[in-house]
Write a protein that binds this ligand. Structure first.
Ligand SMILES: NC(=O)c1ccc[n+]([C@@H]2O[C@H](COP(=O)([O-])OP(=O)(O)OC[C@H]3O[C@@H](n4cnc5c(N)ncnc54)[C@H](OP(=O)(O)O)[C@@H]3O)[C@@H](O)[C@H]2O)c1
Length: 247
């Protein structure tokens, strides 16, 4: 299969290109200077020329916290919404399967006990998650598209981690492997990938980090932090075990 991967130089993309489910495939992994996803003509031209069976769209402008300048917000919207829309439109035009990467942060984390399902309605906190939520329906406008929500870390660069904030984050290599498997599946619509629900502290320690606990009450900042954006992965697990959860 021919697979175009956008954002291949990013944290997720670097692991995705090495994922064993894609080992036999012909991969095209343009850098952002080779293929700027906000350049409509470049996107259409690339897809017409390469004729991919599948496009895995990882490219995004991400950021974690703090105040964004208007310029940063504009740049984020252009890549995460407009760019995602261009990729979806071009994939539709050439008949490629679109696998669009989204985030658990489309949810506000206020659901008691977390474990958000694909049927739960997004309510993003902050500008970056808002752009990711806005892109999802654009991606789903491409027939057969799969929108994969996930969360991951390569490492834990902080001395402390929350003991009262919850996630279903995966180590990045595991997230990339699961994403590759999902891309090779025939699933469409929304799909949640993730590990078990656990605190940030527990997750950081699974990465081998030597971290001390902290609590949300210790944090002061302009943006509220989502408390529990863990994802329910029943649909994915049912698919992997050959049973359907879509009834
Ligand atoms: N990181 C997380 O914790 C996290 C959690 C959940 C979901 N996600 C999602 O996972 C995906 C990958 O995230 P990541 O952490 O790997 O991001 P990353 O490390 O910041 O990498 C972003 C990638 O997007 C590319 N890119 C940015 N602007 C572009 C443009 N205009 N045209 C083409 N490519 C462009 C970058 O290319 P250059 O390097 O050339 O600029 C880079 O390859 C994103 O969709 C993100 O929203 C991330």
């Amino acid at each position: 299969m021919r697979i175009l991967i956008t954002g291949a130089s990013g944290a997720l993309g670097r692991h995705l290109v090495l994922a064993s489910p894609l080992a036999e495939d012909e991969l095209l992994t343009p850098s952002s200077s080779d293929l700027d996803v906000t350049d409509e003509r470049a996107v259409v031209g690339c897809l017409r020329e390469f004729e991919p069976n599948t496009v895995i769209h990882c490219a995004a402008r991400i950021r974690s916290r703090g105040a964004d300048s208007p310029e940063q917000r504009l740049a984020m919207s252009r890549v995460n919404v407009y760019g995602a829309g261009q990729v979806a439109r071009a994939a539709k035009e050439v008949g490629a399967r679109l696998v669009h990467v989204s985030t658990d942060f489309v949810f506000d984390g206020s659901k008691p006990g977390g474990l958000y399902r694909e049927t739960d309605v997004p309510c993003p906190l902050g500008y970056y998650p808002l752009t990711k939520a806005a892109a999802e329906p654009l991606a789903l406008g491409c027939p057969g598209a799969l929108v994969v929500r996930l969360s991951f870390n390569e490492s834990w660069p902080y001395p402390r981690a929350f003991s009262d904030r919850f996630t279903s984050k995966l180590p990045v290599a595991v997230a990339a492997h699961q994403l590759a498997l999902a891309a090779k599946s025939e699933l469409s619509g929304l799909l949640h990938l993730g590990g078990p629900r656990r605190s940030y502290l527990e997750f950081a320690r699974t990465l081998g980090a030597d971290v001390e606990p902290m609590t949300l009450a210790e944090v002061d900042g302009p943006d509220p932090l989502p408390v529990d954006t863990s994802l329910d992965t029943t649909r994915w697990r049912a698919h992997r075990h050959g049973t359907s959860s879509d009834a």
